[in-house]
Design a protein around this ligand. Structure first.
Ligand SMILES: Nc1ncnc2c1ncn2[C@@H]1O[C@H](COP(=O)(O)OP(=O)(O)OP(=O)(O)O)[C@@H](O)[C@H]1O
Length: 253
């Protein structure tokens, strides 16, 4: 059996006494690609942040690679791409510089880049289809290309687990496909993925399991549910950054 990469047992999180995750239990084993689905505000990002130890548990336990998250220190094994902060963040760095920053945890800030670092950066840029934009300032890229830059940054660190919060929300179709291709390469190399999504689009064939969060609880854990309502229409593939407030309208769990 594959080793367990992520394990949440009876996880509870509250903000200011208000429960946002209630008794959540979920596990991800090596090689899986798990999608976390659900409406805005259902608790998806909180679940991701809790798994990474960024938001404290008020009850229950989280283990990463078998270690309780508060004692986990092997962060280079994990690549994390947070929810998009949006275009125009004003960062003057080039695409290649941003991607190279994903190597820092491996080589240390003060050590010069070695061939292995340069190769990892080049491979990550290639994986997301941005090789020809390597020297361009990130600010000159489209939102989807900026998102791909952040994904390349995570890939450059050669993690075992990739955690992505809405990697394709509001991203153009070409970038969605480039991202799906990059993810397939990562998974074929033995990687494990946990990603938050509103709609799966080109990612759908990659997903091995779906976890639907509804009002802070796991409403479904298993096969990818078929989109409900108008989302079931053939050819429906556009992205909804703002989902309906009731996740049951989106995903028939
Ligand atoms: N730092 C915080 N302090 C207080 N409340 C918060 C905080 N972060 C999130 N919340 C609240 O917790 C609930 C769950 O938020 P969360 O971001 O986890 O949902 P989500 O499913 O990821 O939504 P979205 O799709 O909009 O990102 C929401 O009601 C949100 O307002």
């Amino acid at each position: 059996m594959s080793p367990t990469v992520i394990e949440v047992q009876h996880g509870t999180v509250a903000y200011d006494g208000r429960p946002v995750l209630r008794d959540v239990s979920v596990a991800v084993t090596a090689g899986e690609v798990v999608a976390v689905l659900g409406a805005n505000g259902s608790g998806k990002s909180t679940l991701i942040r809790t798994i990474l130890g960024l938001t404290p548990l008020t009850g229950g336990a989280v283990r990463l690679f078998g270690t309780p998250v508060r004692r986990f220190r092997q962060w280079r094994r994990i690549g994390y791409v947070p929810q998009r902060i949006g275009a125009g963040s004003g960062v003057p760095a080039t695409v290649a510089e941003v991607v190279a920053s994903g190597r820092l945890a491996r080589r240390g800030v003060l050590r010069p880049a070695r061939a292995a670092d340069r190769e990892a950066v080049a491979a990550a840029l290639h994986a997301v289809g941005l090789t020809d934009r390597a020297g361009d300032p990130v600010a000159t890229l489209s939102g989807g290309q900026q998102q791909r830059t952040l994904i390349a940054r995570a890939l450059a660190g050669q993690p075992e687990l990739l955690v992505l919060d809405e990697p394709t929300a509001g991203v153009d179709a070409a970038s969605q496909q480039a991202f799906a291709d990059a993810l397939r390469g990562f998974v074929d190399g033995g990687g494990t993925v946990l990603l938050v999504a509103h709609e799966l689009g080109p990612l759908a064939p990659l997903i091995s399991r779906a976890v639907v969060v509804h009002h802070g609880e796991i409403a479904h854990d298993g096969a990818v549910p078929s989109p409900a309502g108008h989302h079931a229409e053939p050819g429906h593939d556009h992205v909804h950054p703002h989902a309906p407030s009731d996740s049951s309208r989106m995903w028939s769990a």
